[in-house]
Design a protein around this ligand. Structure first.
Ligand SMILES: [Zn+2]
Length: 595
């Protein structure tokens, strides 16, 4: 029975009142900001002389607006049936968009200024120098900015350009229906996107097969529509990249985060060299499930039966604290304080937002929302979200507001390092062999799902965009051929390439936000490589420097600071060594069991 929010003890709730002590204070700030926000337009026309004052004003208003926005939304997320806070949240949405539109003249104005004069100003005093990286990051886009009229034409087509993504989302979330499926005992299950993977994790093979077939059948029925939508999305990427004078759509996309094409190619090449490890894992999976034929629908089910995975919150906190000790005294101290001083909203209640996340506003402490359910999995979620929170904590403490965020490229590093440390700690301290193997299975599945699978996606996207750039047709058959071949290459000969898997691409929403998913794979390998460094040769000091750096430099440089160079194969290679050790342990276990 899920509790009402009021029935949960305050010691398990976050203290959102650290942002505003009460709703009245929030309202006062909201009213004042609503009046003040447009004052920034007084800086328009922007010149080198009033630039720094304008940027400071932007920061001040940005910070205050963010706090208003975060408070209202955290409150709203506590309980979706609370109409008072839902109303506050939607008011704060409006405020955020007013802010964005009020400051929207700044970037184009900077791009029009004389660069030498800007740098004169930036070098004139320390207050101004803070903005150097930010300004450089704006100026580097200059060569891809078109004359005003042309930019205006592009912006008028913005909604049309994003149509493929929106149409796919409508189709996928609203119109697609899946046929109910039966388990081996005759019980009927209904399929949704959310339930699909948990059905594939079932121990009941009949249920897995039926779910797999029903799910893919629905996509097959729309095969021509979905192929056309995806082709339109790729064509749009290619067209925009040509108009904006990039060498390719891949380069155009990576330019926005200032990541070299080599990083992308290097990831794919290195993972490809280690595919024999994936094949070895698949072979082991086939043996352990003792099936004559391993099918694609046998990929998600755990090869180790659930053992005792109960873990209450008190024990989880203690365990995670022990696991993150290698990160040093200061990290541990702040982490423990965070656990006990109102950062975390622990348990589920009626109307609370599902899933887990870390969030907050510069200048206060971070907030973490969990739906803790007393399992080992939710202990990993605690470690993960606290990793994000500590990243924000250190960044906010050490960076000015303007660098108080961080990019997606580095974000998952801080969370995954904590998960990896927790995993290593549990593997070291668990004597129960079944439990240990359960953990190893969990870890291996992370490698498969995050490092291998996302890289396969990245390779698919690269191929489809190249085909479009070479004027080759993208249709259902050609897309399935690319995907099917990749699937064979990644999973090897020990698994049956069921025909449905050829159109798995049709069910991946991320493909409409192209060249994005590779960051999951780079982030994961960076984190695994770093956690190895932290445990083996005291890499914690540089890692903490990285956590303190926010967005004060380009992501690749920040990761170098932490100790990994993502343009070299080393981080992925190091991660693969960890994966190989896991397979070895599982193979040995299986042999012992069958003696
Ligand atoms: Zn995360």
């Amino acid at each position: 029975m899920i509790k009402n929010r009021n029935d949960i003890s305050d010691c398990f709730k976050w203290s959102v009142n650290d942002l505003f002590s009460n709703d009245e204070m929030w309202q006062t700030e909201f009213d004042e900001l609503s009046k003040k926000i447009n004052d920034i337009k007084n800086f328009n026309p922007l010149t080198e002389d009033n630039l720094i004052d304008c940027l400071k004003k932007q920061d001040e208003l940005g910070l205050r607006t963010e706090r208003v926005y975060v408070y209202a939304n955290l409150k709203a997320n506590e309980d979706s049936s609370n109409t008072f806070y839902q109303g506050m949240a939607s008011k704060s949405d409006t405020l955020i968009s007013e802010y964005s539109s009020a400051v929207s003249f700044i970037e184009p104005s900077i791009l029009k200024m004389d660069e030498n004069k800007i740098f004169e100003v930036l070098n004139s005093n320390t207050d101004a120098a803070v903005y150097k990286h930010m300004i450089k990051n704006i100026l580097r886009t200059k060569e891809h900015i078109l004359p005003h009229e042309q930019e205006e034409i592009i912006s008028r087509f913005y909604e049309v350009s994003s149509a493929p993504e929106n149409i796919y989302s409508m189709l996928n979330n609203a119109d697609l229906v899946f046929k109910d499926v039966k388990a081996s005992d005759g019980k009927v299950y209904n399929i949704t996107h959310g339930k699909y993977i948990s059905l594939l994790e079932s121990q009941d093979r009949v249920l897995r097969k039926n779910a797999f077939e029903s799910y893919y059948d629905s996509f097959y029925k729309l095969k021509n529509s979905i192929s056309s939508i995806y082709a339109a999305s790729v064509k749009n990427d290619v067209a925009i990249s040509k108009i904006k004078k990039y060498n390719s759509s891949l380069e155009a996309s990576l330019f926005s985060v200032n990541v070299d094409k080599e990083v992308y190619i290097n990831l794919i090449d290195t993972v490809n060299r280690y595919l024999p490890l994936m094949h070895r894992y698949i072979k082991l999976r086939k043996k352990m499930l003792s099936v004559d034929e391993l099918h694609m629908y046998d990929l998600y089910t755990p090869i180790i039966k659930d053992t005792n995975t109960y873990m209450d919150f008190e024990n989880a906190k203690k365990t995670v604290l022990c696991a993150i000790k290698p990160l040093g005294e200061d990290y541990s101290y702040e982490f423990e304080k965070g656990l006990n001083e109102g950062w975390i909203d622990v348990y589920e209640n009626k109307g609370k937002r599902s899933g887990a996340y870390a969030w907050g506003a510069y200048g206060t402490h971070p907030f973490v929302s969990l739906n803790y359910d007393n399992t080992i999995n939710s202990m990993f979620t605690l470690a993960h979200e606290m990793g994000h929170a500590m990243h924000s904590f250190y960044t906010w403490k050490n960076q000015p507001y303007v660098y108080g965020d961080y990019t997606i490229f580095v974000a998952e590093v801080a969370s995954t390092v904590n998960e990896a440390l927790l995993m290593e700690y549990l593997l070291k301290t668990t004597n129960d062999e079944d439990k240990k193997m359960y953990l190893i299975n969990y870890f291996m599945e992370q490698f498969r799902g995050t490092l291998f699978r996302q890289t396969m996606f990245a390779e698919f996207e690269m191929k489809t965009h190249e085909m479009c750039e070479n004027a080759q047709p993208l249709n259902f058959d050609s897309l399935c051929e690319i995907y099917g071949n990749l699937n064979k290459k990644y999973y090897g000969d020990e698994i049956i390439n069921d025909k449905q898997i050829n159109w798995e691409w049709a069910r991946i929403p991320h493909f409409y936000n192209s060249f994005y998913v590779y960051q999951y794979a780079t982030g994961y390998s960076a984190a695994i490589a770093l956690s190895k460094k932290i445990l083996e040769d005291n890499g914690a000091e540089n890692y903490i420097k990285f956590l303190k750096s926010g967005s004060s430099d380009y992501s690749i440089n920040l990761l170098k600071l932490a100790g990994v160079d993502m343009s070299s194969p080393a981080p992925v290679e190091n991660a693969m060594k960890v994966f190989e050790k896991l397979i070895e342990q599982m193979e040995n276990y299986f042999e012992r069991m069958n003696k």
